[in-house]
Write a protein that binds this ligand. Structure first.
Ligand SMILES: Cc1cc2nc3c(=O)[nH]c(=O)nc-3n(C[C@H](O)[C@H](O)[C@H](O)COP(=O)(O)OP(=O)(O)OC[C@H]3O[C@@H](n4cnc5c(N)ncnc54)[C@H](O)[C@@H]3O)c2cc1C
Length: 457
């Protein structure tokens, strides 16, 4: 087992430091069912306990890999048998909902969906929302600066965080648990840690700003003939519904058809259209909100912007629309599957995807490429299966996927982060000076390179 691990067990006990079977029974991640590799796992119950464990690790040069819900898409929580995992699973308390200030104080290991439900019970709304809501943690959301389906109206995780508590590499507890909207007293240190993928510190607690719960939600699934109509529908919805617009998600027809094939999700409308969009609005006046939304839909149908639309009339019907977008498991049966998370100007999306598709097809004639995206945020996800059973797409990504992206000044990571997987392409989206400053920050905050080393660069 090793002396260091024995010492940790004797100092912190078997409940906090686990080894062997516990790890053997845990899947590496949502994406990889093989068991976790690590020498052990620490599951601290408080910030203070975590701080002491990290201090010991720093003194011994023990590498730490932090785990939230393991839903991350960039292999940022990968570990080897020499690493110690720090899991935040026992630090999942909802500490306080401040109904006057409109904030929630929560430990980092809390599951996103539990936080959403807790605030909803008090009439509030936490707008961060993504398909992994039932497994991902708010600490992981902060560490990856998660995006999701409501960014078009509310922004990314960064926009929701008022305060953050972090344990840095030497065990220091850096408590910036600010609750105010305005606080310009010096550097806003929490921003350093948000989106740093566990490389600069371990997030332990958060103060999150809440929105007032809306009183109405309107959703539509629309079928469209071409990408020009997708862009025009986005503009149309923005103009007609104003600040009510909360989601605008696009699905290429090949994706829609694949997930609604016989035996998978039930298709809420005819299959076979080139594009599908889910658009959603919410507001505080149900009558007016419904009328505005319906009028926008009618205009879009009358002017042939959309070919067909389904407007759910119940929560169950709404779920049957969203499952098509969020339940992409049917596509995951294609192996090997490569997931890309790019951002680029909306005007370049169609030609970019056409170009990537053409080059992929020239290389692997049998390949499949499914595209979905948070198009209002300029973010597309490509799921590519070369159907040839090898890993060469990873090596050819530069040429086939990221090369054309660089030309239009897109980003190799819109919302998933860089992790281990994409560090080779970081320089496509960040300058040498930016990367040098990132490395300087890392060296300053973690001189022994114990926190998620090798992640990002
Ligand atoms: C079905 C599905 C849908 C998804 N949809 C979206 C989406 O729409 N938008 C989006 O942005 N992402 C999406 N994701 C990706 C993923 O859910 C997010 O990246 C999420 O924020 C990761 O949280 P986690 O708790 O699972 O983190 P993990 O996967 O456990 O970790 C991710 C990274 O954060 C670090 N980390 C975790 N917790 C902490 C902590 N407390 N302190 C410091 N570092 C930490 C890890 O070391 C790792 O580097 C999706 C994933 C799935 C499976």
């Amino acid at each position: 087992m090793g002396e260091f691990l024995e010492k940790l067990i004797s100092d912190f006990g078997n409940k906090t430091i686990t080894t062997g079977d516990v790890l053997a029974n845990k899947a590496s991640s949502y994406w990889d069912p093989t068991p976790i590799f690590a020498k052990g796992m620490a599951r601290p119950s408080s910030t203070e306990e975590l701080s002491q464990i990290v201090k010991c690790c720093n003194e011994q040069g023990q590498i730490i890999v932090t785990h939230g819900g393991l839903t991350g898409c960039a292999q940022a929580a990968n570990s080897t048998k020499d690493h110690l995992i720090i899991s935040l699973e026992r630090m999942n308390a909802i500490e306080e909902i401040d109904e006057i200030g409109g904030t929630i104080t929560v430990q980092a290991g809390a599951i996103l969906e539990n936080v959403q439900k807790a605030v909803a019970e008090k009439g509030f709304y936490f707008p961060l929302d993504l398909g992994a809501r039932g497994s991902c943690t708010v600490g992981g959301n902060a560490a990856t600066n998660a995006g999701g389906i409501n960014v078009i109206r509310y922004g990314m995780m960064r926009n929701h965080i008022l305060g953050l508590e972090v344990v840095t590499a030497d065990g220091t507890i850096l408590s910036s648990m600010n609750r105010m909207l305005k606080n310009n007293a010096g550097y806003d240190l929490k921003q350093l840690f948000i989106g740093s993928e566990g490389t600069l510190g371990i997030v332990t607690r958060l103060v999150i700003k809440l929105e007032t719960a809306s009183k109405s939600t309107q959703t539509a699934l629309c079928a469209l003939d071409n990408f020009g109509s997708v862009i025009n529908l986005l503009q149309h919805m923005k103009k007609k519904t104003g600040p009510r617009l909360t989601a605008f998600e696009v699905m290429w027809g090949t994706y829609f058809d694949a997930v609604t094939e016989e035996g998978f999700h039930k298709s809420p409308m005819n299959r076979g259209y080139p594009y599908y969009v889910i658009t959603e609005c919410s507001g505080s006046n149900p009558e007016t909100d419904d009328a505005i939304f319906m009028s926008a839909m009618e205009d879009a149908l009358e002017t042939n912007l959309i070919r067909d639309a389904v407007i759910p009339k119940s929560e169950a019907e709404r779920n049957s629309v969203w499952i098509v977008r969020e339940g992409f498991e049917p596509v995951l049966t294609n192996k090997p599957l490569f997931l890309y998370d790019v951002s680029l100007p909306i005007k370049d999306m169609e030609s970019y995807i056409d170009q990537v598709h053409k080059s992929l097809q020239e290389t692997w004639p049998e390949m499949v490429c499914y595209v979905i995206g948070h198009i209002g945020d300029g973010n597309l996800h490509l799921m590519v299966c070369p159907r040839e059973g090898d890993d060469s797409l990873h090596d050819l990504s530069d040429q086939l996927v990221y090369g054309p992206l660089k030309e239009i000044k897109g980003s190799v990571s819109a919302e998933h982060g860089i992790g281990h997987e994409k560090k080779k392409w970081l320089s496509h989206s960040r300058s040498a000076e930016e990367i040098e400053l990132m490395k300087l920050l890392k060296r300053t905050l973690d001189p022994n390179n114990i926190l998620n080393p090798g992640v990002i660069f």
